[in-house]
Design a protein around this ligand. Structure first.
Ligand SMILES: *Cc1c(COP(=O)(O)O)cnc(C)c1O
Length: 507
């Protein structure tokens, strides 16, 4: 098949007079035909709308949707983002009437079932974290970080402390410093270490009573467990600071250990990563936070509380914690994703969650063992749920991590995360997750080996079989296209200039 399929818009497919629906003439007469619409409500021009049959429209959208990759169609080893299989029955359950038809402004008394589920979710997340006070409110991981830093800030303010800095290691996810800076803190990044773990000497240098929070991902983004985490926590607590655990990817430690047990004071979850909310292209997310008791009064809200009424009946309420930093998102949070996470946890139970982590870690280590002879893995023979290989040594052949990532698409694999974390040059960060079979991992590892044996020219021009081939990123950055844009004030976009001629100019 021709790989550069001409991209057609519905307008291009339009055939005058073609329709997707036929209205019975008597209904039209009842509803009033266009000639009965008063003149003042009529535009002085006709709209040029595409004229199509239902089949035309369905084929158009379905074929567009198939030009992309998804967890349902391809293996997706995207490190840090944890792209897990999304069980389909969770979609069905999250779509039950009582959930999807609840009005956002419903009184608590009318949505007791939904509140009971959310209350249980708070309790379960508190238990998994080892941090009992939970707010389901934040809409994504990054907002969870921001919410927790605001919570810490309110706590310090209540003690009359004016702390100024937030410290994080060099391998931190970019959202960590962004959240701290948005909350008004000065960001201090530690120097990288040769082990890939937190540089303790450098941390010591930066600790003082100025430090509000140390943000740390554990296992870290290189896929290593920070074995000194307890000591790190003590160091922070000695200067009165708090330890924030970036729990975006809890996949390696569910039911094995808990942030609250190894010294964390606050954390966020990414329900859409760890607990299978379908995500991609930036959403939808859910980033609940769990904190120690003494921080619970400051949490953003509303949160769900449980009480017993005068008749001994359990009632659930939505309430704002007494010294809450306020509301950061509408209503109670991103309920659709919270429900999917709830069903995932309830389906697996404590034992099942622990098995998830065991399989995730086993799969990552198996893949690492298959690849470490062909790709450098700078920090170790063993990993947790993910590992970071480096394509740096291939540079002398003129091959980059980007070339391998693009070529994988030709073989039907989504690319791993590349160029993150920044501490590893030509990084390729891989996280297979727990549901992939040995067969898939073997196919993936063999494909990487085949790719590395290919002619560098082939790799540099890849992908060759996708609907859109390699964009010329350098040229695109220099020459933004404006011509496709019908807006009165054109805005600049980076053009996929590698796209061949058959694609019309409006792309
Ligand atoms: C994904 C991720 C985040 C941010 O989460 P979002 O839901 O994308 O805002 C933060 N930290 C780490 C380690 C992550 O992997």
């Amino acid at each position: 098949m021709e790989n550069q399929i001409a991209l057609q818009l519905l307008q291009d497919l339009s055939v005058p007079g073609r329709r997707a629906t036929a209205f019975p003439p008597e209904e039209l007469a009842e509803a009033g035909t266009s000639s009965q619409i008063p003149d003042e409500h009529r535009a002085d021009h006709t709209l040029s709308l595409p004229e199509l049959s239902e089949g035309d429209i369905v084929r158009h959208y379905v074929s567009l949707s198939q030009r992309n990759m998804s967890v349902d169609t391809h293996f997706y080893p995207l490190g840090s983002c944890t792209m897990k299989y999304n069980p389909k029955r969770h979609e069905r359950w999250a779509g039950m009437n009582g959930f999807i038809n609840a009005h956002p402004y419903a009184e608590a008394g009318d949505i007791q079932g939904l509140l009971a589920v959310l209350y249980e979710m708070q309790e379960m997340l508190g238990e998994i974290a080892g941090l009992p006070s939970v707010s389901l409110h934040p809409a994504a991981g990054a907002q969870g970080e921001f919410a927790a830093i605001l919570t810490a800030s309110a706590y310090f303010a209540s003690k009359g402390e004016d702390r100024k800095t937030v410290v994080f290691p060099a391998s931190a996810h970019g959202t960590n410093p962004a959240s701290a800076a948005m909350a008004g803190y000065k960001c201090v990044q530690l120097k990288p270490s040769s082990t890939g773990l937190v540089n303790l000497d450098d941390l010591k240098q930066h600790l003082s009573e100025e430090v509000a929070v140390f943000m740390i991902t554990n296992p870290n983004t290189i896929g290593l467990f920070e074995k000194d985490i307890q000591k790190i926590s003590e160091m922070l607590h000695d200067v009165g600071g708090l330890v924030y655990i970036d729990g975006a990817n809890m996949n390696a430690i569910l039911g094995k250990t808990r942030p609250g047990d190894f010294g964390g004071d606050m954390m966020h979850y990414n329900v859409h990563k760890t607990f299978t909310g379908p995500h991609g292209a930036g959403g939808p997310g859910s980033g609940p936070i769990a904190v120690r008791d003494f921080l619970g009064d400051y949490l953003p809200g509303p949160i769900v509380t449980r009480e017993t009424d005068a008749h001994g009946k359990t009632v659930y309420k939505m309430s704002k914690p007494p010294k809450s930093v306020g509301q950061l998102r509408s209503f109670i949070g991103n309920i659709g994703i919270l429900l999917r996470g709830y069903f995932y946890i309830r389906t697996l139970g404590g034992v099942g969650l622990r098995e998830v982590s065991e399989h995730a870690v086993l799969n990552a280590n198996y893949l690492l063992s298959q690849l470490k002879d062909v790709l450098d893995v700078p920090n170790g023979d063993r990993c947790m749920h993910e590992f970071v290989a480096s394509a740096a040594s291939l540079k002398k052949k003129g091959v980059t991590a980007m070339d391998i990532a693009k070529r994988l698409l030709d073989y039907g694999f989504h690319a791993p995360t590349v160029y993150f974390p920044l501490v590893i040059p030509e990084a390729m960060m891989m996280e297979p997750t727990e549901t992939e079979s040995k067969l898939t991992l073997d196919r993936f590892a063999d494909t990487i080996k085949n790719i590395l044996a290919e002619d560098p020219e082939t790799l540099r021009a890849a992908p060759h079989t996708t609907p859109v081939t390699r964009p010329d990123e350098v040229k695109a950055a220099r020459e933004p296209v404006l011509s496709y844009c019908p807006c009165p004030t054109p805005f600049e976009v980076e053009a996929p200039t590698g796209v061949k001629e058959s694609v019309p100019s409006y792309i």
